[in-house]
Design a protein around this ligand. Structure first.
Ligand SMILES: [Zn+2]
Length: 94
């Protein structure tokens, strides 16, 4: 069975985002809700979702250049095998 890469995060207010894991690595169990104006905490569905969902955010491994711009906390996270989350730019690759 193929490894699951699609996941969702849902906050207490019901805001849901679909994420994709681009590379092997750790993704968080919870993260700050990405919905504008919402500071809720979103919970991971542990990849137990329809793998055909269209992701809007991606987990990626930063390049060395990107690493230099990270906060010490984020660097620690990445150095411990964690991935970072960013919005997928829909205009990319067109
Ligand atoms: Zn929210």
């Amino acid at each position: 069975m193929a490894e699951k890469t699609i996941n969702t995060y849902t906050c207490h207010a019901g805001h849901e985002i679909v994420t994709v894991r681009r590379v092997k690595g750790m993704t968080p169990k919870t993260m700050r809700c990405k919905h504008p104006g919402c500071n809720g905490s979103s919970n991971s569905a542990d990849f137990n979702v329809d793998q055909k969902l269209e992701p809007t955010f991606e987990f990626y491994k930063p390049t060395e250049q990107e690493m230099e711009k990270l906060t010490p906390l984020e660097k620690d996270h990445v150095n411990n095998g964690g991935l970072l989350c960013r919005k997928i730019d829909k205009h990319d690759g067109k």
